[in-house]
Design a protein around this ligand. Structure first.
Ligand code: NAP
Length: 527
């Protein structure tokens, strides 16, 4: 399939705008196929009108029909074959095994939501039948369930060009919820977005979903992205990326005549508390943490960016071992030249802060746009005084905070802003001694984990990927796992509603049970 560089306005390709951009292979500097035409105002308007009209029809599709639609998207993504993998490799510089794994995760997410729809109980249907004879007042017939919000605007993430992108978790959960979706393509992997969008559009047609159920628009976030978010038919936004852009969209959405929720996952330094008992085998710990800090060139939102520990001879050993491990990691090309530049700039700014000392840095290599792994350390007494030490450095950088005593550890934890994750390393008996520290950490995060590393986010019902601000704009929700669907629905109560107008799930208590049994028999393997 050739790359057109056009927008998908509903099911049609369109390129009416007078602006376009090309994408270059970061290593060879060769232009990749496709000149990506930015959507103009007319195209944005048309895509949103189609989505608004489509929503009226799409929301009435049964959960089984929506499940079949998601499963058809899976088939069509797989039909793209190696062309998809090759294109993402050139656009993202990520290696084949990582991208094949990410395609697997993307498909797994779609399947997880299809399974959720087939099982059906996530809609929280609740039926209180009428009690006309009740005294002193009769009771009305009341039925409530979760219903889709409407049209949802999704911004793709650069660091997961498949799993947090065009058909990623945000899109999958919004479509599963019964919402229509407008994706703003990420300008660093627009060809990948177009291929995936073509798979979704084929599925729209095959499953007889209304035109406008899905659209893909190219263009700058500041223009096309903001125009979408400000449009009155849009009812929610899903975003993963920088704090700056996430906050701009969040503030903008709140200036609308009708403010809407912006579910933005923005940044996190993922503090790791090393209790003294964790420092028995410092070589092993250093190897594990060096791997996690440098995994994917540190371009994961769950990268361990902060290590908190008590000063001790064992900590000094660990610092030496980690310094050595880091120098062994070969620098690798980052996602884009702009992300690589941002990494170097932010790291240099961090290293200039008062009291920070450089522990070690990976060897120089000759290729451009490489992320050199770097470890620094600072005294806790300095760290707690200035929030600048907590700025996320997106890339393979981590900071060790050295504490004099247990109280100082608590002060460091109290000074932290909201995070996606926190990790506690240590033996069980020591965990109790530090329980107040651990509960203080829990207040700051969406996921707290023990004796592991924060990188690696399982996609399942029990996952929470989100956290208190500024890690995310709404800590009550998650962007990973089945719970992600809850961002795009709201409860609606139907009072004395004629049976023929009721959603299927609310028609009858018995039918609800029968439907669950039927759906259960169709449920496929869990992801
Ligand atoms: P980004 O700059 O935040 O861009 C993400 C999306 O938002 C893109 O589609 C972008 O559009 C759009 N956008 C940017 N500025 C906007 C604005 N003012 N108004 C509306 N939309 C806007 O993120 P990125 O390009 O993926 O990476 C840049 C930095 O973000 C990284 O260096 C890293 O610090 C951070 N990041 C963090 C995470 C995380 O998980 N915590 C993930 C990825 C990135 P265009 O660029 O196409 O104009």
């Amino acid at each position: 399939m050739s790359i057109h560089g056009k927008n998908f306005i509903g099911n049609e390709l369109s390129a009416l705008g007078d602006k376009s951009n090309k994408i270059y292979d970061i290593n060879s500097n060769e232009a990749l196929e496709g000149d990506f035409f930015h959507a103009n105002k007319e195209e944005v308007e048309k895509a949103l009108k189609l989505a608004s009209d489509a929503f009226v029809v799409y929301k009435q599709k049964s959960q089984i029909q929506r499940a079949e639609f998601l499963e058809t998207i899976i088939e069509e993504i797989m039909n793209l074959g190696d062309e998809l993998i090759l294109r993402v490799m050139s656009e993202s510089n990520l290696p084949r095994p990582r991208l094949e794994g990410e395609r697997g995760r993307t498909i797994g997410q779609l399947k997880m939501f299809a399974n959720l729809l087939r099982e059906g109980s996530w809609v929280e249907a609740s039926i209180d039948t009428a009690m006309p004879q009740r005294t002193p007042l009769p009771r009305n017939d009341l039925r409530k369930m979760l219903r889709p919000l409407g049209v949802v605007s999704i911004f793709e993430a650069s660091n997961f060009p498949l799993a947090f992108a065009c058909a990623g978790g945000d899109t999958a959960s919004a479509l599963a919820a019964g919402c229509c979706v407008i994706v703003k393509a990420h300008s660093s992997h627009s060809g990948t977005s177009e291929l995936i969008a073509s798979a979704i559009i084929t599925a729209v047609k095959k499953c007889n979903m209304p035109t406008g159920t899905f659209s893909l628009l190219h263009g700058s976030g500041r223009t096309v992205g903001q125009d979408i978010v400000m449009h009155d038919v849009v009812k929610a936004v899903g975003f993963t990326g920088s704090t700056y852009a996430g906050m701009e969209l969040f503030k903008l959405a709140n200036t609308r005549k009708e403010p809407i929720p912006v579910f933005a996952e923005m940044g996190s330094i993922n503090p790791c508390l090393f209790l003294p008992s964790s420092l028995k085998d410092t070589k092993k710990l250093a190897a594990i943490y060096s791997f996690s800090i440098t995994l994917g060139v540190g371009q994961f939102c769950t990268k361990p960016g902060l290590i908190i520990a008590l000063k001790s001879p064992e900590l000094n050993e660990f610092k030496k071992d980690l310094a050595l491990e880091i120098t062994k990691v070969k620098p690798a090309t980052m996602l884009s030249s702009s992300i690589s530049k941002a990494y170097d700039d932010n790291k240099n700014e961090a290293l200039k802060l008062k009291g920070i000392s450089l522990l070690s840095s990976a060897e120089e290599d000759n290729l451009k746009s490489q992320g050199k792994a770097t470890i620094a350390c600072v005294d806790a007494s300095v760290f707690v005084k200035n929030p600048d030490y907590q700025e996320e450095v997106f890339g393979p950088y981590s900071l060790i905070v050295e504490c004099e005593n247990k109280n100082e550890i608590l002060e460091v934890i109290s000074s932290l802003s909201g995070q996606l994750t926190a990790t506690v390393m240590g033996e069980d008996n020591e965990m109790e001694e530090y329980s107040s520290h651990i509960y203080a950490l829990e207040n700051k995060v969406g996921r707290i984990l023990f004796n592991g590393v924060p990188t690696g986010v399982e996609v399942c019902s029990s996952m929470q990927h989100g956290g208190p601000f500024p890690a995310a704009t709404d800590s009550r929700f998650t962007s990973v796992g089945t719970g992600a669907i809850k961002r795009f629905v709201r409860p609606v109560c139907f009072q004395d509603c004629p049976r023929s107008l009721l959603p299927l799930e609310l028609q009858d208590k018995n039918e609800l049970n029968i439907m669950r049994v039927l759906n259960d028999s169709n449920t496929r393997d869990a992801v």
